[in-house]
Design a protein around this ligand. Sequence first.
Ligand code: NDP
Length: 396
Amino acid sequence: MCKALIIGAGGVGTVVTQKIAANPVFTEVMLASRTKSKCDAVAAAIGGNRVKTAQVDADSVAELCALFRAFKPDIVVNVALPYQDLTIMDACLECGCNYLDTANYEPKDEAHFEYSWQWAYQDRFKAAGLTAILGCGFDPGVTAIFTAYAAKHHFDEIHYLDIVDCNAGNHGMAFATNFNPEINIREVTQKGRYYENGKWVVTEPHEIHRPLNYPGIGERESYVIYHEELESLVKNYPTIRRARFWMTFGQEYLTHLRVIQNIGMARIDPIIYNGVEIVPIQFLKAVLPDPKSLGANYHGQTSIGCRIRGVKDGKERTYYIYNNCDHEAAFKETGTQAVSFTTGVPAALGASMWAKGLWRGAGVFNVEEFDPDPFLAELGPQGLPWHELFDVDIEV
Ligand code: NDP
């Protein structure tokens, strides 16, 4: 018996709720978010009174605790925004609930993400005998689980890790982001950062780029950006000499981003407009397309994976493990596009790993610290089949 509470009724929350509701390991399911009508719409589409709904402001520990005490969840799946990670973790500790999220904490007033804030909860989760699972989407999430699988089965030592994330889909809009616009623009306009020989190397945004070939897609210009799983992976796999994260961007997207930045619309500090305080990037989010609405006209695929170079039995080898996800297929199944789908499926699966007792422990864990095998055995059947290539040219 496992009661799951999902927080956040956006694109990702829609997929998580559908997948958790369809899994009999969860005896009771609730979706709570800032706007209850959005939860009700998701619950109604699932039907059968399977999903309860509630309104909650996840910035308030008191409101969260009132909800947790009423519903008594065993696990809380946080797919609201990274800003809410710490309040939800605090409420979990106060009420004795386990925790899972897909994105690491970010302070609202600083576009900066690192695990230190959440790793600082280690002793408290340990003392409470509760599990906190961090970063269980696709990236972070499956990319770290792919790395754990490679380390377990195919390498004695991983030396070079390149995570490659291609979205070759076309939604027909001049500019839109694939997940929450505010979080997405904060992420992709940051300075680049990668790990090499024990140090972090910082670059200008999008400074390092080159074309990479993606299976079933072809060549796409790919850019080194900072991504949070690099931080936990180099800690958990100390043989790694270099770890980078590559993401594809089209020229049109980059031009829009540059304009948005140049005219000040990416600013995260408040300004006064007509006597009212507004944050430009939050205003921008309000006028950009809702990522959840992109699905209907989205065609093409995403391809995300890990390209690894290292040593097995004294011999150098290369390895490429990846998933391709089709936007139209994702929309047909869940009514959302592939980015919400590739994030929501792993989050729901991670929660079921916990519910089945396969991923347990007292403390705060990144997903690569758990056994990758049962998770990857179910990832394909849940809609994200994965593939392996051995000793091929991995280009990087
Ligand atoms: P959306 O903006 O579509 O959804 C976020 C939801 O959270 C909204 O329903 C919003 O409510 C709700 N919310 C925001 N603030 C609060 C609050 N204070 N209290 C309660 N609810 C709140 O985002 P996505 O679904 O696209 O993304 C969800 C999460 O997934 C993000 O954290 C994102 O970073 C992460 N992500 C992770 C990926 C991965 O691979 N690891 C990839 C993509 C996303 P309202 O509807 O009222 O605005």
